[in-house]
Design a binder for this molecule. Structure first.
Ligand code: FAD
Ligand code: NAI
Length: 475
């Protein structure tokens, strides 16, 4: 028997599950299909973000940071720790428990909002007058019909040519998050977000980490001044990052992995490691969808082609999150999910790409929103810049976490904030103020005139705003 819905969402990652909940809130009869299987083969709603991305990586970052603090920094506070040990299976077990709790939370939210959940692979069968027919291949085979469909199937890690992931020696994000022991030599290909976060976790736990990056510039998308500061910090921590390399043949065997590569100067080298994490970007998941059955168009990158409202070429079919253009971020997927559900309801859902924050959860954390100084220079826009170092912030000194700065970029004439860039403690939380300010088209003077609690890290944000007008009070 075919079950009919107003809306079928394929994928229960942050894009899909949020879209399903918002649509249910708006009164639609909604189904959400998701294929992710937990270790026991059961459903695990939450997508990459919950199962092998945002949440588990932050859990390991926290555990490893505690270990590093206890081993290297507690002594500054007069705390002596004897017999410090890392139990990796316990750390991974804690992470797994957090993932499970999150899966269960999403299943609960589906029930609460009366979203019908189906576990299995969803694929298009045909389109007819009643809408789109979607087959679910799971423990049971079912067929659903929906007037509207949102495709939110996410992305998967890209492998290096000739070096498929075996999750034993050559690891994607999935294997990187569940190593049973600390490798003594860890290699990473790609010094992007995953490379830096995963490299940090395993370095803190004692691995000797080498990152091979193809581009000659470090963190090219980040404001140059911030990227320079970050490179200095990572060098000091012992994260070895080689830029401008060309990776050649990768061989995996019983003794580990050897990676042949050419350095920026053209020298041939081989990196021998116990484990290799490949983090060279992600590819959209479209393979299981049977998109051809209904003529759903893909773009030249293999992502689902959408307009700026997330409409595909098919009436009533929408696509959101990692499977479409734009940054591969959970909160971007969520925003698109809400906006599409509202558009289906005839409302004016909106996503402002200029105020989507980015965070890299290393220590120091790196966070930004809006344009970088190099982007403003390239576009010829006249701007003013103001920076304030955490070194001069009382709370940062009390925390013992003084590396980094807050940087404001504002329009030279109107003073509108064009970008805010932070490297330092709790940058992930501090950036929210900048996002709010930019969403409300605030000027740097607006932030400079707002009372910020003392002593708090947020005072560095206020001081950086004051610095735009060259009138910092504490530096
Ligand atoms: P996904 O989360 O990938 O979910 C898609 C779901 O669809 C999956 O469950 C998949 O199994 C399912 N699916 C696929 N095809 C089908 C099908 N045919 N039928 C049924 N189900 C299907 N982003 C951040 O914002 N912050 C972070 O800190 C962060 N950390 C990350 C760390 C790592 C290691 C990784 C890999 C990613 C991280 N990301 C982070 C990125 C974030 O995980 C993604 O941007 C986000 O998950 C995308 O959401 P989505 O809903 O589009 O897709
Ligand atoms: P990425 O795009 O961030 O970085 C990939 C890096 O690999 C780039 O620097 C690229 O130049 C390099 N590279 C590509 N091919 C290469 C090759 N053959 N040899 C050497 N280097 C090569 O991708 P990553 O780290 O895989 O992460 C994927 C996405 O997941 C991110 O872009 C981000 O959207 C998301 N993510 C977000 C996080 C967050 O918000 N904190 C955390 C982790 C991932």
């Amino acid at each position: 028997m075919t079950q009919s819905f107003d809306l079928i969402v394929i994928g229960a990652g942050p894009g899909g599950y949020i879209a399903a909940i918002r649509a249910a809130q708006l009164g639609f009869n909604v189904a959400c299909i998701d294929a992710w299987r937990n270790a026991a083969g059961g459903p695990a709603p939450g997508g990459t973000c919950t199962n092998a991305g945002c949440i588990p990586s932050k859990a390991l970052l926290q555990s490893s940071e505690h270990y590093e603090q206890a081993g290297k920094h507690f002594a500054e506070h007069g705390i002596t720790v004897g017999g410090l040990k890392m139990d990796v299976p316990a750390m991974v077990g804690r992470k797994d428990a957090i993932v499970k709790q999150t899966n269960e939370g999403i299943a609960f939210l589906f029930k609460k909002n009366k979203v019908a959940f189906f576990h299995g692979v969803g694929s298009f069968v045909k389109a007819d007058a009643s809408g789109y027919q979607i087959a679910v291949a799971g423990a049971a085979h079912e067929t659903l019909t929906g007037k509207h469909v949102i495709v939110a199937t996410g992305s998967s890690a890209r492998a290096l040519p000739g070096a498929p992931f075996d999750e034993e020696n050559i690891l994607s994000n999935d294997g990187a998050l569940r190593m049973a022991a600390v490798p003594s030599r860890l290699g990473l290909i790609g010094s992007g977000v995953i490379g830096l976060e995963m490299g940090s976790v395993w370095r803190r736990l004692g691995a000797q980490v080498t990152v091979l990056e193809a581009l000659p510039t470090f963190l090219g998308a980040v404001d140059e001044q911030i990227a320079k500061e970050a490179k200095k910090a990572f060098d000091k921590q012992g994260l070895k990052i080689e830029l401008g390399v060309q990776v050649g043949t990768v061989k995996s065997g019983k003794k580990g992995v050897s990676v042949a590569y050419t350095t920026a100067k053209g020298e041939a080298r081989t990196l021998e490691v116990d484990k290799l994490i490949v983090s060279i970007g992600r590819a959209p998941n479209t393979a299981g969808l049977n998109a051809e059955a209904v003529g759903l168009k893909l773009d030249e990158r293999g992502a689902i082609a959408v307009d700026d409202q997330c409409r595909t070429n098919l009436p009533g079919v929408w696509a959101i999150g990692d499977v479409v253009r734009g940054p591969m971020l959970a909160h971007k997927a969520e925003e698109e999910g809400v906006a599409v559900a509202e558009r289906i309801a005839g409302q004016h859902g909106h996503v402002d790409f200029n105020t989507i924050p980015w965070v890299i959860y290393t220590a120091p954390e790196i966070a930004w929103v809006g344009q970088t100084e190099q982007q403003l220079k390239a576009s010829g826009r006249a701007y003013k810049a103001g920076t304030f170092p955490f070194m001069a912030n009382g709370r940062a000194r009390a925390l013992g976490d003084m590396a980094g700065m807050v940087k404001f970029l504002a329009d030279a004439q109107t003073d509108e904030i064009l970008g805010v860039h932070i490297i330092g403690p709790m940058a992930s939380e501090l950036i929210a103020e900048a996002v709010v300010a930019m969403a409300f088209k605030a000027s740097s003077e607006d932030i400079a005139r707002i009372c910020h609690a003392h002593p708090s890290l947020s005072e560095a944000t206020k001081e950086a705003a004051l610095a735009v007008d060259k009138r910092t009070l504490n530096f």
